[in-house]
Design a protein around this ligand. Structure first.
Ligand code: ATP
Ligand code: MG
Length: 556
């Protein structure tokens, strides 16, 4: 089998490194911070990191960046693990944590102080900002920069032991306050946090900064290619400075690629958290969110997420991807793999007057029109059925071309069953049709009727005597604005008020009684739907609409 050659710039770098023997094994990592749930942007990073390891016969680690305990929790750790498993990736060895390395990082911090390359600084946060300078003006040295080495070592220990208040002291690297790169202006290595940590409890009262932790952790784990998003490009000199100035066991290198931004949504954990915390949505797994748990609950398959991520360019610029592109992969996957079922969203009763009231049969129907491997299900059929209100009209003037459904006095085929003819309608006091009286055309099961009884079209239906009463939750895009958080826009203002519509009193075919979350069905003529795991129980069943059959946004 021909292996495709390297196509993106990271693949080219890795191929080169392997050929030039700069690396003997590719080791990547995915480093989430457990301060929220993963979203579709993270999926791009996961597919890239795990995908590269797989492609080049290497391994990929999962390492939690748990260095900022105030915002992190075990709930987020567990959710992230579940999401990565769901996507179908397996990390190398144990799940790793930055907190596994706290002791080593501390020892290295002491080494830096001892080498005259770090100091404890007592400037207030405001003073620190002032001393830092700006993009056009150099910073000023902190008055604590040249304090005695022993003093810094001892203060760091006091910080570690919990003897120092938050915000009073930090450990900083001594690099260059005049550097054009702000990240090199004596960056913070450690800050005091007294609130405890979800893994290490009260063992530590200082926590390393991302910059001081990340590269060294990569080095400890023997990461060959540390791949992150573009906003870290300016941090790379600092990443390299630590690797050069510390006795780390290996020399990883950092590469940056463009983040995935998707229109009509937000992909920032902070903003997602706000939507959840302020209850604009129904939890982190709300099916309208671009979180992986939301996509799962909505009925999107991991294969569709991966196919979408694999289709994205891995480039050195950030890009905006059209939601329609993601939708395309979701539909393609479901069209191929979703079992078919019938569900009537707005039921109206049909009585078949020439069908014996005690005769109930089952009709076999393929689960998928062109996949025999998916088998069959049984459709109960009897005297009373439901069809959708929108599939019937008494207006006999409508042409066959215009209305390919059931018209009074005319014929229609019931999907997988007989041709029927509408003979009459029963109305309530308000004039609304409440029941359709119809007759079955004999011998039309899998057979065409005589030419004069040609059906106008095919409609879906369910048998009243054996069906599932259920609710259906129709979802649409969460935002009306293609860029809800661009510039200084308040993304909460463009929440689409119609993004979640509950339809109750729907009737699903009997096979849906055994529906499980995780299986997405095509409800024929309606769209793709899956059981909602959160709101369904023995008495009450809710299906989520994963996606409509066609792109209704294209013409908006
Ligand atoms: P957010 O901005 O949503 O808070 P983050 O970058 O802080 O995201 P992390 O948990 O630190 O979230 O991210 C883990 C990894 O996923 C990092 O390597 C990060 O670069 C990558 N990542 C995060 N968002 C995206 C995105 N939109 N596209 C591609 N990769 C991303
Ligand atoms: Mg981050």
């Amino acid at each position: 089998m021909d292996k495709p050659g390297p196509t993106n710039f990271i693949e080219q770098i890795i191929s080169h490194d392997l050929e030039a023997k700069l690396t003997d094994r590719v080791v990547t990592r995915f480093p989430p911070e457990p301060n929220g749930y993963l979203h579709i942007g993270h999926a791009k990073s996961i597919c890239l990191n795990f995908g590269l390891a797989e492609q080049f016969g290497g391994v990929c680690n999962l390492r939690f960046d748990d260095t900022n305990p105030d915002k992190e929790s075990d709930e987020f750790v567990q959710a992230i693990i579940e999401d990565i498993r769901w996507l179908g990736f397996q990390w190398h060895g144990e799940v790793r944590f930055a907190s596994d390395y706290f002791e080593q990082l501390y020892l290295w911090a002491v080494e830096l102080i001892t080498a005259g390359k770090a100091y404890v600084c007592e400037l207030s946060p405001e003073q620190t900002r002032e001393y830092r300078g700006t993009l056009t003006e150099p910073g000023k040295n902190s008055p604590y920069r040249d304090r005695a080495i022993d003093e810094s070592v001892s203060l760091l220990k006091q910080m570690r032991d919990g003897g120092i208040e938050e915000g009073c002291m930090v450990l900083r690297a001594k690099i260059d306050m005049a550097s054009p790169n702000m990240n090199m202006r004596d960056p913070v290595l450690y800050r005091v946090k007294l609130g405890g940590h979800h893994r290490t409890g009260n063992q530590w009262h200082i926590y390393p900064s991302y910059d001081f932790a990340h590269g060294q952790e990569d080095a400890i784990e023997g990461i060959s290619h540390s791949i992150c998003t573009l906003e870290f490009a300016d941090h790379r000199p600092l990443y390299e400075w630590f690797i050069e100035n510390l006795p780390v066991p290996s020399s990883p290198r950092q590469f940056e690629f463009g983040r995935l931004n998707l229109n009509y949504t937000v992909t920032s954990k902070r903003k997602l958290k706000q939507l959840v915390d302020e209850q604009h949505v129904d939890g982190w797994d709300d099916p309208r969110l671009p979180t992986l748990s939301g996509l799962r609950r909505r009925g999107v398959s991991p294969a569709a997420v991966r196919a979408f991520c694999d289709s994205l360019a891995v480039a050195k610029t950030d890009g905006m991807v059209d939601m329609a592109q993601f939708d395309h992969f979701i539909r393609q996957d479901l069209n191929e793999n979703a079992p078919r079922a019938m569900c009537v969203l707005d039921p109206i009763k049909v009585t078949l007057t020439n069908w014996p009231d005690d005769e109930q049969v089952v009709l076999p129907a393929a689960n998928h029109p062109n996949r025999d491997d998916m088998g069959e299900r049984q459709l109960p059929f009897g005297q009373t059925l439901y069809i959708d209100r929108a599939d019937f009209t008494e207006d006999t003037s409508l042409s066959r071309k215009k209305f390919k459904r059931l018209v009074l006095g005319d014929y229609v085929r019931l999907r997988g069953a007989y041709v029927i003819k509408a003979d009459g309608a029963v109305h309530d006091d308000a004039g609304q049709v409440v029941e359709i009286m119809a007759t079955v055309v004999p011998n039309t099961l899998g057979e065409n009727p005589p030419a004069e009884m040609k059906p106008r079209g095919v409609i879906h239906w369910v048998a009243a005597h054996d069906c599932l009463s259920c609710d259906v939750q129709l979802y649409d895009r969460l935002f009306n604005d293609p860029e809800p958080d661009a510039g200084d826009k308040n993304f909460l203002e463009s929440i689409n008020p119609d993004s979640s519509v509950l339809i109750s009193g729907c009737k699903g075919e009997a096979s849906l009684m055994s529906a499980e979350p995780g299986t997405t069905y095509q409800f024929e003529r309606e769209g793709y739907f899956c059981l909602d795991a959160r709101h369904s129980n023995a008495e009450h069943v809710v299906f989520n609409r994963t996606i409509s059959l066609r792109d209704n946004w294209a013409n908006k």
